[in-house]
Ligand binder design. Structure first.
Ligand SMILES: [Zn+2]
Length: 264
């Protein structure tokens, strides 16, 4: 690190759990953030401010006046422009040292394969179930840690699925896919603005802890916030041994390990 970096990150370096070595780890790290809205804005801003060296941000939406109530990376002059360009501009203003790759596209399972492969951790800040399930499947197959968050109305939730360890649950264990339309988007349901800031910031914190290997993450735990009573609850998440996503993967994996090519 040069003198400017030592100054910029001095309040991290002062923390014995981070120090110079930890900060250098963050500078070498690459995080994929899917979604540049209410959760993606604070998550990406804190990751950039914290000095994560490379951020890839995907979103195919453009900035709308209704977004500005809670999506704090965007500003008036970006209305009508792609959200990823707006976020990239905001992040460059905070920390120009961060390399930001802005992808103006809606990711699917196919495009996620390479994106997840290149990342050390994935932040799911998307607003729809098909994308969430696709991120989970790809993170599971590539054994990448997934930091998941969601907010609707006055309720927020955040969880970590550290899929480097197959004994833990995956996102699908928690929210099985029933094939019906489960979308509860902010666009229809309404959302209390500061809650996305709270949950997105926790997603950034958990991502940094994963990259640094410090503390105890929310792996296998779901943290729930009721914004009206401002009460938190933690629910322990168990692996669903009937989960068709993570258990199927294990069986295939096990059969390959045993020298059999059969898919069981
Ligand atoms: Zn599962």
């Amino acid at each position: 690190m040069n003198d400017d970096q030592l100054l910029r990150y001095s309040r991290h370096i002062l923390l014995p759990q981070i120090g110079i070595q930890g900060q250098e780890t963050l500078i070498r790290s690459h995080v994929l953030v899917v979604g540049a809205g209410g959760l993606g804005s604070p998550a990406a801003m804190y990751l950039a401010a914290s000095g994560v060296g490379r951020l890839t941000i995907c979103d195919n939406d453009t900035v709308d006046l209704t977004n500005l109530q809670r999506q704090i990376a965007h500003s008036m002059d970006c209305i009508g422009k792609p959200k990823v360009n707006s976020v990239k501009k905001a992040l460059a203003g905070i920390n120009p040292e961060v390399e930001v790759v802005a992808l103006n596209e809606r990711v699917d399972e196919k495009s996620l394969i390479q994106l997840v492969n290149e990342a050390d951790a994935v932040v799911d800040a998307s607003d729809n179930f098909p994308t969430r399930y696709a991120i989970n499947r790809v993170c599971l197959s590539q054994k990448k840690p997934l930091v998941s968050g969601a907010v609707v109305r006055f309720e927020g939730q955040v969880a970590v699925f550290d899929l480097r360890h197959p004994e833990g649950p995956c996102y699908h264990c928690l929210f099985p896919e029933y094939g019906d339309d489960q979308d509860m988007r902010c666009a229809v349901m309404g959302v209390f603005a500061p809650l996305v800031g709270v949950i997105g910031s926790i997603q950034a914190a958990e991502t940094l802890k994963i990259l640094l290997g410090i503390g105890r993450t929310l792996n296998g735990r779901l943290l729930l916030l009721d914004g009206l009573s401002m009460e938190w609850r933690t629910i322990r998440l168990n692996k669903d041994f009937k989960c068709v996503v993570c258990n199927q993967g294990e069986k295939v994996h096990a059969s390959i390990k045993n020298g059999s090519s059969a898919i069981v």
